[in-house]
Ligand binder design. Structure first.
Ligand code: F3S
Length: 71
């Protein structure tokens, strides 16, 4: 069974408190913007793997979410 849905990682910088958790968990996807001490999406992942799910569930303020992309 294949999942044809495409998801995009979205990080709400209004919510981010700069705790640095998401870049530690998944440095390929997230990085800190040191000019504002908030994280940002470094690169969209090819697929949504465990590291991204862990980063999402570990964010203390729920700033990271997955948004389904419609064609
Ligand atoms: Fe910010 Fe949450 Fe990452 S607070 S640094 S988006 S884990």
């Amino acid at each position: 069974m294949s999942d044809m849905s495409k998801f995009k990682v979205v990080l709400d910088q209004e919510k981010c408190i700069g705790c640095n958790t998401c870049p530690l968990i998944d440095p390929d996807t997230f990085e800190m913007d040191t000019s504002i001490y908030k994280a940002k999406v470094k690169a969209q992942p090819i697929e949504i793997g465990e590291k991204i799910k862990t980063a999402i569930s570990s964010c203390p303020v729920g700033a990271i979410s997955l948004v389904e992309e419609k064609d």
